[in-house]
Design a protein around this ligand. Sequence first.
Ligand SMILES: Nc1ncnc2c1ncn2[C@@H]1O[C@H](COP(=O)(O)OP(=O)(O)OP(=O)(O)O)[C@@H](O)[C@H]1O
Ligand SMILES: [Mg+2]
Length: 291
Amino acid sequence: MKKNVSDILIEALPYIRRFYGMTIVVKYGGHAMVEKQLRDDFAQDITLLKFVGVNPVIVHGGGPQINTVLEKMGIQSQFVKGLRVTDRPTMDVVEMVLGGKVNKEIVSLINQQGGKAVGLSGKDGMMILAQKINIIQSKQENQPPEILDPGHVGEVKHVNPDAIHTLMEKGFIPVIAPIGVDESGETYNINADHVASKMAIALSARRLVLLTDVDGVLDSDGSLMASITVKDSKKMIKNGKITGGMIPKIECAIEALQNSVEKVPIINGTKRHSLLLELFTDTGIGTEITL
Ligand SMILES: Nc1ncnc2c1ncn2[C@@H]1O[C@H](COP(=O)(O)OP(=O)(O)OP(=O)(O)O)[C@@H](O)[C@H]1O
Ligand SMILES: [Mg+2]
């Protein structure tokens, strides 16, 4: 039987009350933004959250969007352990795509829904201080591991959330591109999951919601795991059942949970309004990682 509007609103009331005035960091995966309809849905969800008194902060990815532009420009990428080797011309494209195209599109979609979004990269207000990472690759046994330089690939050294606080106080919705800068002004591309978790910790967020393109953590049969402990998730990484882009999500979830973020759901952003369903209903969707 179809529920009427008043039932739906009343059902959401305890959740709206729970999150009122709270900060929620949403990592919007590049893989979840491929369809226009889904991007519009996402913008509606974020705007609705803001109007019911929640403070959403968005950190976005953009892997597929970067690939498309690099391909169009004929720039080939090499990958080492899943990381794109990022030389300066590639970094310029990454920055243009993430900070320009993807970021401004999200901002514009939210604004069309009546929210007040402001786009930033980690360079703005010295928000994301980055440090370069090196990749350690073990070769054969009894040989020393090789250290590879992936170029402008960084990790978060420090997050300064002052600009975000100021924007939130004025009713704006911050939309952050995962680009950081080091002390000497060098630019780095950073995995957006890591930026989102550091941001959630720095803002004492109640939730870090990771929106991706799968239902959550899947077991070896491909079925969704409604919840998974930190210990089991580490085991699944070790035995190769969790790989690629899911690894940083697990690492981030663990770090956020250990630093007082209450819950880190991993949900499917390619299902319409999954964010609202996760926050405002009892229907457990996606995977919850528990300490
Ligand atoms: N056990 C697992 N369960 C679910 N997904 C897994 C698992 N192991 C690996 N993955 C992969 O992780 C991917 C999600 O990470 P991915 O980095 O591709 O997307 P994203 O982080 O949402 O987007 P972006 O990196 O562009 O921001 C899934 O599409 C899936 O291929
Ligand atoms: Mg990813």
